[in-house]
Design a protein around this ligand. Structure first.
Ligand code: NAD
Length: 257
């Protein structure tokens, strides 16, 4: 069976849980050597174990994606360990509190922007030179349906994800000539372990949310990862500067028959 990422090297942030973990597993199954990063060392170790114990194709780094020094040295380490980088997935993110703007603490706003948006800027700042030296490749940033909509109470999150969309387009514009494609995914309601736990605590809200999705269910992390892996693969060789919604129809708008 031919593998989409045979002999290729991929970097994934937020790989200790949810969508990032599904990305790491999916990319490894497609033949990639994966460099996985997260602030949660335990989560990273679980992901590495799921990829396959003793597999020399998974390298873990505990870091904070909002730190320039930590992100820079991680990418440098990828260069020295694997000698190249073909695909990067800037995926780590947090939600922040749900509060109206007038009650939203500045430090929470700044933290969400740092973890969700500054991280994507820093990731690309250090990934692009290494991908260029590798002869080209692809970057996929994780945005959200909140890059397209204005969910009440989520000012910092929505601003950060709209920002991820903008950064993605600028990076795509700057790097098309260098053979680097840059795209984003916009997941909808995705049943990561955290979302599943919240839904069990608040089944009424979960049922309401699912009902608002034309597909009538949340997405699985693997379904989101599959779209991102496709965007990073040669199968999407003419796709750049695009944000792909993967949301079961959540943002179609309109109404049902
Ligand atoms: P998750 O909480 O399961 O995973 C996020 C991972 O990021 C965690 O392992 C966490 O430790 C890590 N992380 C958080 N802050 C970090 C930091 N400062 N440095 C390093 N690692 C950090 O959540 P998920 O649902 O898999 O989210 C992944 C991405 O998908 C996020 O960007 C999120 O905004 C986006 N997203 C999720 C949904 C959803 O419904 N789950 C919907 C739209 C977008």
């Amino acid at each position: 069976m031919s593998q989409l990422f045979a002999k290729k090297v991929a970097a994934i942030t937020g790989a200790g849980s949810g969508i990032g973990r599904a990305l790491a597993i999916g990319l490894a199954q497609e033949g990639a050597t994966v460099h996985i990063a997260d602030r949660n060392a335990e989560g990273l170790a679980e992901t590495a174990e799921l990829i396959g114990a003793g597999d020399a194709r998974a390298f873990m780094t505990e870091l904070d994606v909002s730190s320039e020094i930590q992100v820079g040295s991680w990418i440098e380490q990828i260069g020295s360990t694997s000698g190249r980088l073909d695909a990067a997935f800037n995926n780590a993110g947090i939600t922040g509190p749900a509060l109206p703007i007038e009650n939203y603490p500045l430090e929470d706003f700044q933290r969400v922007i740092a973890v969700n948006l500054q991280s994507v800027f820093l990731g690309m700042k250090y990934q692009i030179p290494l991908i260029k030296r590798s002869g080209g490749g692809a970057i996929v940033n994780t945005a959200s349906v909140a890059a397209l909509t204005g969910p009440g109470g989520m000012s910092a999150y929505a601003a950060s994800k709209h920002g991820v969309h903008g950064l993605t387009r600028v990076a795509a514009m700057e790097n098309a000539v260098h053979g680097i494609r840059v795209n984003a995914i916009a997941p909808g309601w995705t049943e990561t372990p955290m979302v599943v736990a919240n839904s069990q605590q608040n089944p009424g809200f979960a049922a309401l949310a699912r009902n608002a999705i034309p597909a009538k269910r949340g997405g699985r992390p693997e379904e989101i990862a599959a779209a991102a892996i496709w965007l990073a693969s040669n199968a999407a060789s003419y796709v750049t500067g695009h944000m792909l919604t993967v949301d079961g129809g959540m943002t179609i708008g309109g109404f049902e028959l």
